[in-house]
Design a protein around this ligand. Structure first.
Ligand SMILES: Nc1ncnc2c1ncn2[C@@H]1O[C@H](COP(=O)(O)OP(=O)(O)OP(=O)(O)O)[C@@H](O)[C@H]1O
Length: 584
């Protein structure tokens, strides 16, 4: 085994030498000798003057005579000093971790084996103290570093010894567990925590675990923790000496996940544009719904702004700082709905992730859960959802512990749920639970006065995105927009205006609108001619758009959210386009 060489400076050496002199005054006085210390590279380190009893690191006396004495062996030599005096010199290597970095050189008038023996003991003692001092400093520094790291982290750290006694708890840990680290240290975990059995289990099995979740009862509250445990084994005898526990509050983990996944509501009521009096009433009702914590059911046609209103309600409610979790019940594969909503524990089914997974309900803790297209939810899931709403708890698939969740539900559908109930597709009891506050957004065809404001909003949005001046919407085009029935509501208008803005230069006229909306082709020969021209231009545009979508999809590895983001359109707009161009 190679010994690691301890690096030690002359300054450190002198300070250790100094403390030996001070602490062993009698012995040093008895020796009554001047002492030199040299480094193995023949450099002078320090000198102890027996008369003044001081150590000096200034080479006041020439010591060239000492050079031949510096070697790894203890020796006694009869030499002539620089001043011409003949004397014996004892040379004793000072071993520091088996390396003789320093040498104790002691001139003396007569040769005494016993004295040489005592000096070698002194040299060994110096070596021992230097190592000891350095090790103590290293250990101190290491534990200081470790403590500083543990205190600076946002996670809770706790250590127990092999007897199950708490040996360390950091400040964050103390706060999470509602325990004073100073008072708790030294106590057995069974006196401190109600989940101590899992902690002791690590000491019995010697096996740690990662990211398990726990519920613990504290005097003031019940909290859910995510915890990992690392057993500590003594390298020398392979004995288990304790365990470290690292933990976080689940709430913090959820917030973190939420921030990464982007579970935030973006829209506010100010983003909702309208003029129509029915809409004024609707928004007032939605605003008062925001002040309550009751479930809301929004039943409206597709594209009317249900999600926008759900986000605005959340942002206007006392839950505005909590997560806003959207679940699109129509897009989750049937057999994945349960795990998406409620999560699962490790080993719940083949292919289940190690350590299990959160469900969307858990992620919504403290916030709002938006169940979009609730009418598409499979019947068997409806009863599970009802249970969750009633009990306000979620049990992960394969688990047996219900987790209390604080959430508010806003559900939306473009189906007529009462009809679905009559047809046996929707549970009446779930409908009652969801329909505490009922909201319905009027379809766009019933609020023509909203068309100009919305059309201009979308023209501006597209032009800004393209870095252009927004084109002017002509009365002719506006009149066409008002005549159309808008089955796809505001979303359809948004797409039409986006397309028109891209096709037009300074003004948007009828010719920039899709054939089924535009009146141009029915008016004059001249217009028909223009229509034909524009028809070709539109076809050109569609070709370009088609290719653009295909290329972007390829770039985004067929990830639709990413593709929609790159193209600067909503996911649903992308789906519409995929359908339109029959892109699989
Ligand atoms: N009054 C409005 N003011 C501004 N934008 C609106 C308004 N209504 C709808 N929108 C916009 O229309 C688009 C469709 O809205 P949203 O997705 O909320 O509709 P939806 O009713 O949830 O649709 P679906 O039923 O298909 O899920 C969004 O881009 C939204 O911002």
């Amino acid at each position: 085994m190679t010994t690691k060489k301890l690096s030690i400076s002359s300054e450190d050496f002198i300070s250790t030498f100094q403390s030996i002199i001070e602490n062993n005054e009698d012995m040093i006085e008895n020796l009554n000798l001047d002492m030199y210390v040299f480094h193995s590279d023949n450099n002078f380190v320090c000198y102890y003057d027996k008369d003044t009893r001081l150590i000096s690191d200034e080479q006041t006396k020439s010591a060239a005579w000492v050079n031949p004495l510096i070697n790894n062996k203890a020796s006694i030599d009869h030499i002539v000093t620089d001043s011409g005096v003949k004397q014996f010199v004892y040379s004793c290597p000072i071993f520091i971790d088996q390396h003789s970095d320093f040498h104790l050189i002691v001139p003396c008038h007569k040769k005494e084996d016993e004295l040489h023996f005592s000096l070698q003991i002194l040299a060994d003692y110096i070596g021992y103290l230097v190592v000891n001092q350095r090790t103590k400093e290293d250990i101190f520094l290491k534990s200081e570093y470790q403590e500083k790291i543990c205190e600076a982290t946002s996670e809770g750290y706790l250590t127990i010894n092999k007897y199950g006694e708490l040996t360390y708890l950091n400040r964050v840990g103390g706060k999470i567990l509602d325990v004073d680290p100073k008072k708790a240290t030294g106590k057995h975990v069974s006196e401190l925590f109600d989940y101590y059995e899992q902690m002791i289990e690590v000491l019995h099995t010697g096996k740690g675990w990662e990211n398990r979740d726990f519920f613990i009862s504290r005097p003031s509250r019940r909290i859910q923790l995510v915890k990992s445990s690392i057993p500590i084994v003594d390298d020398d005898n392979q004995e288990l000496v304790g365990s470290i526990f690292i933990f976080r509050e689940m709430k913090v983990v959820r917030d973190m996940v939420g921030n990464i996944v982007g579970n935030k509501a973006r829209f506010d009521f100010a983003d909702f544009k309208y003029k129509n009096s029915e809409m004024v009433e609707f928004v007032e009702l939605a605003k008062s719904a925001a002040k309550t914590d009751s479930s809301v059911l929004i039943e409206s046609e597709s594209g009317t702004g249900k999600e926008l209103i759900a986000q605005a309600i959340h942002n206007h409610s006392h839950r505005c700082n909590g997560p806003f979790i959207t679940i699109d019940c129509s897009s989750i594969p049937r057999d994945l709905v349960e795990s998406e909503l409620f999560g699962y524990v490790e080993g719940a089914f083949t292919g289940a992730r190690k350590n299990g997974r959160f469900g969307k309900f858990e992620l919504a803790h403290g916030g709002t859960i938006f169940l979009d297209e609730i009418g598409e939810m499979p019947l068997e899931m409806q009863s599970k959802l009802l249970r969750v709403i009633q009990s306000r708890t979620v049990t992960r698939i394969g688990g047996n512990k219900p987790t209390p969740i604080n959430f508010r539900i806003i559900a939306a559908t473009n189906r007529n749920l009462e009809e679905e109930i009559d047809n046996g597709n929707f549970r009446l009891d779930l409908f009652y639970r969801l329909n505490v506050i009922h909201l319905s957004i009027p379809p766009l065809r019933n609020r023509l006065e909203d068309i100009p404001i919305l059309a201009n909003l979308f023209i501006e949005k597209t032009a800004t995105r393209e870095g252009r001046v927004p084109p002017l919407l002509t009365d002719e085009a506006l009149s066409d927009l008002k005549k159309y029935s808008w089955p796809g509501n505001v979303r359809e208008l948004e797409n039409v205006m986006e397309r028109a803005t891209l096709l037009a230069e300074d003004i948007i006229t009828s010719i920039h609108l899709p054939k089924h909306i535009s009146s141009t082709h029915t008016i004059t020969n001249n217009s028909t001619c223009i229509q034909n021209e524009i028809g070709e231009t539109s076809m050109e545009w569609e070709k370009v758009e088609h290719q653009l979508i295909v290329d972007t999809l390829e770039k985004a590895n067929n990830n639709k959210s990413k593709t929609a983001k790159i193209l600067g359109i909503s996911r649903s707009a992308l789906y519409d386009k995929l359908k339109k161009y029959q892109i699989k």
